[in-house]
Each structure stands twice: as structure tokens, then as C-alpha cells.
Design a protein around this ligand. Structure first.
Ligand code: G6P
Length: 373
């Protein structure tokens, strides 16, 4: 085909390893953050993004699958950095429920393909409710979603072939972070210095992602254990809760292992009852304000003989011991940390699926783009 596999065994593996490059492509030519980045190319564009951003008072994100989880991550950024109330909703739910429309809300549809039937229908539903401020974050410039949205941001992931999204997800996160900064600027919530610091952190991402990809051998070793399991639990807190959700989705999609993700604080309200030695618990544990709380969640798992697989930062004193496997992340991502922590989870799912011998690029019963309901 036009897209060659090169040294990789599957497109998914190739696409995981392309992430430093697609993020570098995303940043190319980016001098500063202006709303114009989101203007799109709509011929009947009534208002420029700058005008829309000044008018809106909230954000409503609509998406499916992995795109929904990138939206869930963005909610944390939009509220913490831009101070904008944000709601994230699965498109197939939003389109059929009676909701309270806010004409001052910015509707953001996130989609790799731009053709997902439920997301398109949800957008049209929002339009029918008189919500005129619509923006899509989409990987296909010629898609229906881009045509139908007055505003658009095209992610630069390039063609994604693996059914399970990887590089499209990280470029969505990059686009959503830029959207957060643009909205924060237009709401007067971000100084020039703060914006420059965030941009600087973004420019470091390709290198940081490269360092994370070098962890592959350690994830191959975790995958040997996971391939023998039938269930797995993923825990995260804050910004990394949606990353835990995405990690669990990756594992179930391609390795067919039942996996669920919980915000770690909810452990005691149900999933702790499932923890035994047959239930590996993946914990996304960056060194942030929630680390101490997360450590006590980890204690709860160890006390029940659960085996922990922890992604920890270098400067935390979480050490490997019996029943506790630690992989040290090479650097801090600050607010961009979700883009780094999702990568080992992609590699874990990928290598677990390889050990189990599944059809990684075309998992059973799933489609790359779900264009019918
Ligand atoms: C399918 C794919 C997923 C994707 C989802 C949403 O389920 O298998 O990888 O996240 O659709 O697709 P979209 O193109 O709208 O992002």
C-alpha cells in the first residue's frame, strides 16, 4: 500500500512510534497561539474564531471512543487553565437526550475520521438547538465534519491505519491544549509569559515522547504477565484518569482482555472487591498534587494481594518490590503529562496483543470509522 510498514510488525506499532514526529509536525510554524488557528476553511463562515471565543461562556465537547477520552482530558485543562466551564458527552447519548442548550456554548466535536455517525448526528442536533458556535478537531480536512463546522482545527497525525487510535489521540490532545491556551488568552486568563512557558513545554514534547518510547523493552516484559490475565484494572487521578480510561480501552480493543478504569479515589466504592492476585492493577502515578492520595490507593491494592504495575516519576520514592512493578517515566510533562503517560499504555496493549496473537490492526468486531449507527 501507499503507507509502508518499514521495520514495524503492525501499523499500530508504527503509529505509536510516529508520535514524536506528528507532534513536531503539529508545532511546526507555530509562533504564538492565536484564535485564527481554529478558523477552518468554511466558505460561509459567519464569524472568525477570535469573535466566537470572545462570545462563548462554556464548552460542550462531543465525541466517541478514544476521541471522547481526549475530550475528557481537555476538560481538566479548559477549567484549570482557561477557567471555562466544560462538559464532555458521548455523542450517542447527547443526540438522543433532552438537554438544556446554551447558545453561548462552544460545541467542540472531536473525531479522527470526521465521519463517525453519532458524532455528526450530535453536532447536527446541537445546531438544531440553535447552538451556532461549532468547532471540530479532526484529522481529515476533507471530511463531512470539517465541511459542516464553521470552525475547524486539523490535527496533523497523517493517515492512521490501525483501528485502535494512537497518534490521532495524541495530536488531538495537542490541538486541545492549543485550544485551551487560545481560549485562556481571549478570556484574559493567561499572560504572555505563561503562554510562552506552555509553548516551550510543547516544543519539548517530541524529545520527551522519544524518551518514553525507549521504555518499550520494559513494557514488553509487563506484557508477558498481562497476556496470561483475563482482567485488568487501570487507576488514575485528575488529568490522568482519562488516560487510565484510554489505556483500558486500548487493552480491551486489541488484546480482548476485560479492562476497566477507575478514578483511584473510587476504588473503595466497588472495584476493590475484585482485587485478587489474578487482577493486575495499572496505576498512572505522576508526581503531582494527588500522588500521596494515590499511594494510599496503592496500599489498598497491595493489602489484598493485588499486583501493581506503576508508571512513576523519577523523583518519587516508589520502588519495585514483591507485587509492585515500577516503570520510571523519564521526565515531567507538567500539564502535558497525559501525552507522555498514554504512550506506555499503548505499548502495553500492543505487546500484550502480540503475545496473545490477535489481529492487532483489525481487531474482531471493530471498525476504524463507524459511519452507520
Ligand atoms: C471507532 C475506532 C476508535 C475511534 C472511534 C471514534 O470506534 O475504532 O479508534 O476512537 O471510532 O472515531 P473518530 O473517527 O470519530 O475519532
Amino acid at each position: 500500500g501507499a503507507v509502508e510498514l518499514g521495520p514495524y510488525r503492525h501499523y499500530m506499532q508504527k503509529e505509536i512510534f510516529e508520535q514524536p514526529r506528528v507532534i513536531a509536525d503539529t508545532l511546526e510554524g507555530l509562533e504564538d497561539i492565536t484564535p485564527a488557528l481554529f478558523d477552518g476553511a468554511h466558505p460561509h463562515q459567519a464569524r472568525a474564531a477570535a469573535q466566537v471565543f470572545a462570545e462563548i461562556d462554556s464548552v460542550l465537547i462531543l465525541a466517541c471512543g478514544s476521541s471522547y477520552y481526549s475530550g475528557c482530558t481537555a476538560k481538566y485543562w479548559l477549567e484549570a487553565i482557561a477557567g471555562i466551564p466544560t462538559q464532555v458527552e458521548v455523542a450517542s447519548e447527547y443526540r438522543y437526550r433532552t438537554s438544556v442548550p446554551n447558545p453561548r456554548s462552544l460545541v467542540v466535536a472531536i473525531s479522527q475520521s470526521g465521519e463517525t455517525a453519532d458524532t455528526l448526528a450530535a453536532l447536527r442536533h446541537a445546531q438544531s438547538l440553535d447552538m451556532q458556535h461549532r468547532l471540530t478537531i479532526c484529522n481529515v480536512a476533507t471530511s463531512t465534519m470539517v465541511r459542516e463546522c464553521p470552525l475547524a482545527y486539523i490535527t496533523r497525525a497523517g493517515v492512521e491505519i490501525g483501528v485502535a487510535s494512537t497518534k490521532a489521540f495524541t495530536t488531538q490532545l495537542a490541538g486541545l491544549f492549543l485550544l485551551t491556551l487560545a481560549l485562556a488568552r481571549s478570556k484574559g486568563r493567561l499572560s504572555q509569559e505563561q503562554e510562552a512557558a506552555h509553548l516551550q513545554a510543547m516544543r519539548h514534547l517530541p524529545k520527551a515522547l522519544q524518551a518514553v518510547l525507549a521504555l518499550e523493552p520494559q513494557l514488553i516484559s509487563w506484557a508477558q504477565d498481562f497476556a496470561r490475565m483475563e482482567n485488568a484494572l487501570f487507576l488514575g487521578r485528575g488529568l490522568h484518569y482519562p488516560i487510565a480510561l484510554e489505556g483500558a480501552l486500548k487493552l480491551k480493543e486489541i488484546s480482548y482482555i476485560h479492562a476497566e478504569a477507575y478514578p483511584a479515589g473510587e476504588l473503595k466504592h466497588g472495584p476493590l472487591a475484585l482485587v485478587t492476585s489474578a487482577m493486575p492493577v495499572v496505576t498512572v502515578a505522576p508526581n503531582d498534587a494527588l500522588l500521596e492520595k494515590l499511594k494510599s490507593n496503592m496500599q489498598e491494592v497491595r493489602a489484598r494481594a493485588g499486583t501493581l504495575y506503576v508508571l512513576a516519576d523519577a523523583d518519587t520514592c516508589i520502588e519495585s518490590s514483591a507485587g509492585l512493578h515500577v516503570i520510571r517515566m523519564p521526565g515531567h510533562g507538567g500539564p502535558l503529562s497525559p501525552l507522555l503517560h498514554v504512550v506506555p499504555l499503548q505499548l502495553l496493549a500492543y505487546h500484550t496483543a502480540c503475545v496473545r496473537g490477535t489481529d492487532v490492526d483489525k481487531p474482531r468486531n471493530l471498525a476504524k470509522s463507524v459511519t452507520v449507527e
